[in-house]
Design a protein around this ligand. Structure first.
Ligand code: NIG
Ligand code: FE
Length: 417
């Protein structure tokens, strides 16, 4: 067999297969499909063979060879929940929280999301991309090869389209693939302060149809809602998501981050691709999620970033049969984290995942959380060649160590970046 590139002599090659054409569900999470002394062959940006190095070296004729030299090879990380496109920062709020203010108090007194909205509205498209690009560079350096990116700091049709434009342009020009999510329902903007339902009308009647017209040729495209006290009620979330579904958007929801409003049950009812945060999800809704195809996305960086002690009940979700994924939630308010390896390390401690579970949650299951499980997230033959070589001798080190970057080589669509 001919190939463009053969990577060989990996101490461990982690294939991390999907299960029956889907994610790794419930307690079966953590199937790494480890190949000791493994090799992987790539042609035209796709994976064409994986197996033991000795076999592969006798069967594959490659234009280039790379010696993984006893290190660990995994799929690129997929980060399925970020707000990475923003302008400005909120370091001042971080300091305020340390002296006792809560995230919600800051939000209801004009800071929080609205403060980033003001900065993002004031930025030109070029400025917005110039601020976002270095974050994507750091994400890539930490092994993220696909990132979901939400709008939600524009909150007018024009400013939301500017964020979508930034996402589309960065997707075309940066090695990372960006999957867009429309999140006009991130906060009720100041101009609608007294009449939040009028803002929901605007989203449902004008913004969603306009975005669908502009963007639906690029698939997948998601719509998300921050279903939360101080943001959008369950009834408002339902209106927005039902309309989005009718217009062909995939669905996501921020549910149960601070308060329990029923967002998780709504996500299951509407067949959402994912329900995210899930910190205070009640047992009945954990059971519903566990029986559904909706991916449960845990974002442990957020409680960590807020200095809070409550985390997603990941073990209960797994016992209920849910497909669990991990993401950074990278945003300027609660969690400026660009590193999936840090999220793996945190998930093992705060969510009590095993290192193998954390790795599968950040790759194959995360790919399903952005609707791309058939194309990325594992090192199976036929998938896009998004591959990492980590400078560690064993995959458990990816979670065992933290605060330094284990990623030595990033390969995107078969090319070293
Ligand atoms: O996922 N919860 C809503 N959105 C973000 C926070 C965004 C912000 O504070 O700017 C989150 O935590
Ligand atoms: Fe978020």
């Amino acid at each position: 067999m001919n190939a463009d590139l053969l990577i060989h002599s990996a101490a461990q090659l982690c294939v991390i297969p999907g299960h029956a054409g889907g994610p790794q569900r419930g307690p079966r999470l953590g199937d790494l499909g480890l190949i000791a002394d493994g090799a992987i062959a790539v042609a035209e940006g796709r994976i064409v063979a994986v197996g033991p190095s000795a076999e592969m070296r006798s069967q594959v004729t490659a234009k280039a060879e790379m010696d993984a030299a006893g290190r660990v090879v995994t799929p690129g990380f997929v980060d399925p929940h970020t707000h990475v496109v923003w302008a400005g920062d909120r370091a001042g709020e971080f300091e305020l929280r340390l002296s006792g203010a809560t995230y919600m108090q800051i939000m209801t007194t004009g800071g929080g999301i609205m403060s980033t909205v003001r900065a993002t509205r004031a930025a030109s498209l070029e400025q917005l991309m110039a601020e976002t690009r270095p974050r994507l560079d750091r994400m890539l350096a930490h092994g993220t090869t696909t990132v979901e990116a939400k709008t939600g700091y524009g909150l007018t049709l024009g400013d939301e389209l500017k964020q979508l434009e930034a996402i589309a342009h960065l997707n075309a020009t940066h090695p990372i693939d960006l999957v867009p999510t429309f999140l006009a329902a991130h906060a009720v903007p100041d101009e609608f302060h007294e009449q939040p339902d009028a803002y929901v009308d605007l989203i449902v009647e004008e913004m969603l149809p306009a975005v669908a017209r502009e963007r639906l040729h690029r698939t997948p495209l998601f719509c998300d809602v921050f279903c939360e006290e101080g943001a959008f009620t369950l009834a408002q979330s339902r209106r927005i998501l039902e309309r989005a579904k009718a217009l062909g958007f995939g669905l996501k929801i921020h549910a149960d981050e601070f308060a329990t409003l029923g967002g998780t049950a709504l996500a299951v009812e509407l067949g959402a691709t994912s329900a995210d945060h899930l910190v205070c999800t009640p047992p009945q809704e954990i059971a519903l999620l566990g029986r559904s195809d909706t991916i449960a996305v845990a974002l442990p960086g957020t409680p960590f970033g807020l200095g809070q002690s409550g985390y997603t009940p990941a073990r209960a979700l797994l016992e209920a049969g849910a497909a669990l994924a991990l993401a950074t939630d990278c945003n300027p308010g609660t969690c400026w984290c660009e590193s999936m390896p840090f999220i793996l390390a945190l998930a093992c401690r705060a969510l009590r995942l095993t290192p193998a579970q954390a790795l599968a949650a950040a790759t194959i299951n995360a790919a399903y959380a952005v609707g791309l499980g058939d194309r990325i997230g594992s090192l199976e033959v036929g998938k896009q060649a998004d591959i990492l070589i980590h400078d560690v001798p064993d995959y458990r080190h990816l979670s065992y160590r933290f605060g330094t970057n284990p990623v030595a080589v990033v390969i995107k669509r078969g090319l070293v970046v």
